[in-house]
Design a protein around this ligand. Structure first.
Ligand SMILES: NC(=O)c1ccc[n+]([C@@H]2O[C@H](COP(=O)([O-])OP(=O)(O)OC[C@H]3O[C@@H](n4cnc5c(N)ncnc54)[C@H](O)[C@@H]3O)[C@@H](O)[C@H]2O)c1
Length: 257
């Protein structure tokens, strides 16, 4: 399939993990994909990995805690590609702050909110004028099961900031629908990337991990490709009547009507 021929996409914090998987998936389907990350070595490695499949990823080293760096990187992208059709606000994480609420500091809260919300607000603000001009855009916000159902290991700042991303999604969907821009969110449960595997091993015994898998209706943990497939759908033209939606990707571990 070449669903994204002629389309450009930006995925933030995407040198590794779910962002990288989404980038490769969109590139395989014909998109011109740019990934940002603050880790230059990881960007080089992602680019090298893509090249083994004959794919090209444009990379830009950006510290997304710096608004001006985000604005400058957006300007570079537009200068190079001329348009931005798809934005995946992938940056986020729990930053290993203490799990227990009473052990968290103001600094823990600030850091988690900045990386999960503020960086996405800045990126979206830089991107939307270009989408508006084109009368077309697909914004995909990376939420989390934690933002809808709470987390067993990530703590309140992460759950609260992912919940805020849900509300942000609805507001953008409402405000920019008339401009041809959709905005949806994806809410993965635990997806086994290298980092998450290490983290779960620190916070759970093997028996606890097995019990969790046994509680998931599809009886397996998530893979980065599960998320990438959802990104590709919501980024596609054919998802044009879907906006303000939340797509849970958790094997049925948490469900709601
Ligand atoms: N993996 C999961 O199980 C899971 C589950 C639910 C939601 N999510 C969400 O999906 C998204 C991706 O998660 P992941 O597990 O793939 O992440 P990851 O931790 O594997 O990758 C994060 C990337 O972000 C980069 N990064 C961190 N801070 C940055 C900054 N200030 N500027 C630029 N780049 C920066 C890192 O260098 C790294 O390459 C996040 O929003 C996360 O909250 C992940």
């Amino acid at each position: 399939m070449n669903r994204f021929e002629g389309r450009t996409a930006l995925i933030s914090a995407a040198a590794t993990g779910l962002g990288e998987a989404g980038a490769l998936r969109l590139a395989r389907e014909g998109a011109r994909v740019t990934i940002w990350d603050r880790d230059q070595a990881a960007l080089d490695e992602a680019q090298r990995k893509a090249a083994t499949e004959g794919l090209e990823l444009a990379v830009d080293a950006v510290d997304m805690l710096d608004r001006e760096a985000i604005e400058a990187a957006t300007a570079r992208l537009i200068e190079r590609d001329g348009r931005l059709d798809v934005l995946v606000n992938n940056i986020g994480g729990s930053l290993r702050v203490p799990f227990r609420f009473l052990e968290q500091t103001d600094d823990d809260w600030d850091r988690v909110i900045n990386v999960n919300i503020t960086a996405c607000v800045w990126t979206t603000r830089a991107a939307i004028p270009h989408m508006r001009k084109a009368g077309y855009g697909r914004i995909i916000n990376m939420g989390s099961k934690a933002g809808r159902f709470g987390s067993l290991f990530a703590g309140a700042p992460y759950s609260a900031s992912k919940g805020a991303m849900q509300a942000f999604t609805l507001q953008l969907a409402q405000e920019f629908g008339p401009d041809g821009i959709t905005c949806n969110s994806i809410c993965p449960g635990a997806i086994i990337t290298e980092r998450v595997d290490r983290f779960l091993n620190e916070r759970h015994t093997p028996e606890e991990r097995q019990r969790i898998v046994d509680s998931i209706p599809v009886r397996r943990q998530g893979r980065a490709e599960d998320v990438a497939a959802a990104v590709a759908y919501l980024a596609s033209e054919e998802a044009g009547f879907v906006t303000g939606a939340t797509l849970d990707i958790n094997g049925g571990q948490a469900m709601s009507i």
